[in-house]
Design a protein around this ligand. Structure first.
Ligand code: GAL
Length: 663
């Protein structure tokens, strides 16, 4: 049986903070939850001071009552450990466990995520509250799973971190000579003679050492994973039948590796907040869903948080027009999510996030938002049959995009020849283009088995190993089409330049030698002889077996190859040495999709008509979501489980409409 959904319902609900409300309001909440078809309340996120008001003194009475109340009304619980926000007593008792910023500033409570993950007092306190919760609720029938912590990502500096970092470095390098070599420490007199001379990379006078910084990001990610494991170990003992997760923030925090965290989890959960409107927002949601499904590598996964309406983010306010929460949630479910949850149930009357949208807004149930929430609840209830085990898999993807944390972190380095280098936007741009073409995508980690794929895209994978190069070569020789973008494979795993030609690790397979990097200033462009425009970057590329399929016609590299193709074995390896304008990028992707014989996943898919086939046992469901404001058409055979209408062949999909066809 599917351990999250218990084989019968997709999850619907959200973060619920009863500790902020009177018991009278709880009764009102339960009435509204039932009205909205809520299955699941995530309790306890950030509730540490209500659960342990003084060190070692627990108050579980309120939580007992609220869990029992929910359960008596048929609502399950995702129980969270509150360790993302230690209470004020913790600061007072353990001032040494407060985080220290890169600039050396010691922080105190008053917000959230204020702790040093390397401080023994924090680790012990987090384990103690986890154990207490596990002992008390580990066997409670209301629990559907454990939600550990909230969005790991905290970073600290200072003495505890320095010690732990040195220990980690000893494990990685063994001796100082190796570390000095890897860190190129002869530059600017940084040679280390004793381990205790090494500090976590706090703010420096001028540019810092890039490998030191990269190693610290790697270390910080592993430190957080250790914190996660502390709690996983306790809860696996005390609550062996329940699945464990922690909610990921969509790739924007630096010190957290999604692949490693996913491997440690029983199921993956992701928090998704739109950063665009309309069809662009839908493309962003598809990116989040494809990432979560890919990170999960076949395990179940869940949309743990989203906003019911307006999200206020620094520099951006995204509001949701009518129908959008239904479409975004359907999109996640289509792509395999075990439900659709929100942050949060009821809008706070005070506190820093009181104007973040919620399922029950300040104005109450008589509101568009709550009506749409209720409509979504009913929609999810009708999706029950897709929750059967095994479910959550989608039609096999033929295109893989490499997602590599090391390269993402390295791209933040101050040593690079251009500030315009951004791993995330390079990857996201490719995903967006393919989504608009109706082509499904998986993300893969360097080293993953590529057998299932016919097209491999590598953008901005700065750091690559010899085995990554071998894997690319094998993929292409075996008949795959691969496209690599500039600067990929230019550094070894110590973030040192590979000499004798940039993109060095992959150069042999690409049949090129990159002699010179010619990054462009912001706003500067170069032209290609096929009419394309390039920005951000250009290069002097020499052919070493490859052919030029477009050349520069302006700029320092005028007359020299800009896009190349190498035929090796049964496949092709393309190299793109500039950031192509959207039309040319689209045309290039069409060429390689054609060569790989990859077609849209369904008739009419693309341009904002999203069509995904989700599997549940032997049954398949075709989700058709029209994110556009015009009628679109597709073809399908089966019964729409929302309307009961039987379709056989061509069908029209009105603007904004969702169909779920049992095939
Ligand atoms: C999430 C976080 C929630 C809430 C939300 C606001 O990233 O997990 O606790 O802060 O953002 O959008």
């Amino acid at each position: 049986m599917n351990r999250i959904t218990r084989g019968n319902r997709l999850l619907f609900g959200g973060d619920y903070n009863p500790e902020q409300w009177s018991e009278e309001t709880w009764l009102e909440d339960v009435r509204l939850m039932k009205q909205a078809h809520v299955t699941t309340a995530t309790l306890g996120v950030f509730a540490w001071s209500s659960l342990e008001p003084r060190e070692g003194v627990f108050e579980f009475g309120w939580l007992d009552r609220v869990i029992d109340l929910l359960w008596a009304n048929g609502i399950g619980v995702m129980l969270s450990t509150p360790t993302a926000s230690p209470p004020p007593w913790f600061t007072k008792a353990h001032p040494e466990a407060m985080p220290i910023t890169k600039a050396g500033l010691k922080l105190v409570h008053g917000s959230r995520d204020t702790y040093n993950p390397a401080a023994p007092a924090y680790r012990e306190a987090a384990k103690r509250i986890t154990r207490a919760l596990g002992e008390r609720y580990g066997q409670h029938p209301a629990l559907q799973g454990w939600h550990i912590h909230n969005e790991y990502g905290s970073v600290s500096y200072g003495p505890f971190v320095d010690d732990a970092f040195r220990h980690w470095l000893q494990g990685r390098y063994g001796d100082l000579a190796s570390l000095n070599r890897a860190w190129s420490s002869a530059f600017w007199s940084q040679g280390y003679g004793e381990w205790d001379e090494i500090l976590a990379p706090q703010q420096t006078q001028y540019l810092s050492n890039p490998t030191h910084e990269l190693d610290f990001k790697r270390f910080s990610a592993e430190l957080l994973l250790e914190c996660y494991r502390d709690q996983l170990t306790i809860l696996r003992q005390l609550s062996p039948d329940l699945p464990l997760t922690t909610n990921f923030i969509l790739s924007s925090w630096l010190n957290f590796d999604h692949w490693d965290f996913a491997d440690a989890s029983d199921f993956v959960s992701i928090d998704f907040y739109l950063d665009g409107d309309g069809v662009e927002g839908a493309a962003h949601a598809a990116f989040g869903a494809d990432q979560a499904r890919s990170f999960a590598r076949g395990k179940p996964w869940l949309l743990m948080e989203q906003a019911a309406n307006t999200t206020v983010r620094p520099g951006r306010i995204v509001a949701k027009p009518a129908g959008e929460i239904l479409r975004t949630s359907a999109q996640y479910i289509a792509n395999g999510s075990q439900g659709a949850l929100f942050f949060q149930w009821r809008a706070g009357l005070g506190g820093s996030e009181s104007f973040h949208s919620t399922m029950v807004p300040h104005v109450g149930e008589d509101s568009r938002t709550f009506r749409e929430v209720t409509e979504l609840g009913a929609f999810i209830e009708r999706m029950a049959e897709v929750a059967e085990q095994p479910s959550g898999q989608v039609n096999a993807r033929k295109v893989a995009i490499v997602w590599d944390s090391d390269s993402w972190w390295a791209a933040e380095g101050t040593n690079l020849p251009s500030n315009g280098f951004n791993f995330q936007s390079a990857v996201r741009r490719l995903h967006r283009q393919l989504w608009f073409k109706g082509i499904g995508v998986d993300f893969v980690r360097p080293g993953d088995d590529l057998d299932q794929y016919d097209l491999l895209l590598i953008a901005g994978q700065l750091i690559a190993s010899d085995s990554d190069a071998e894997s690319l070569e094998r993929f292409v020789r075996g008949g795959g089409q691969a496209v690599l973008w500039y600067f990929s494979g230019s550094f070894d795993t110590d973030f040192r330049v590979i000499p004798n030609g940039y993109s060095g690790v992959f150069a042999r397979t690409l049949g090129i030698r990159v002699e010179e990097l010619l990054p462009l200033n912001s706003g500067e462009t170069v032209l290609l002889d096929d009419g394309a425009t390039g920005s951000d970057w250009s290069e002097v590329v020499q052919l070493r077996g490859a052919e030029a399929i477009a050349s520069y016609s302006t700029g320092f590299a005028s007359g020299q190859p800009a896009i190349t193709r190498n035929s090796i074995g049964a496949g092709h390896a393309y190299y793109v040495s500039t950031n192509l304008d959207s039309d040319r990028l689209s045309a290039l992707l069409d060429t390689v999709l054609g060569a790989a014989e990859i077609e849209p996943d369904a008739t009419g898919a693309g341009g904002g008509l999203e069509i995904v086939r989700r599997h549940a046992g032997d049954q398949t469901y075709l989700f058709v979501i029209n994110h556009t404001d015009t009628e679109r058409s597709t073809a399908a055979t089966g019964v729409d489980i929302l309307t009961g209408i039987h379709h056989d062949g061509d069908l029209l999909v009105p603007a904004g409409v969702i169909l779920v066809i049992k095939e």
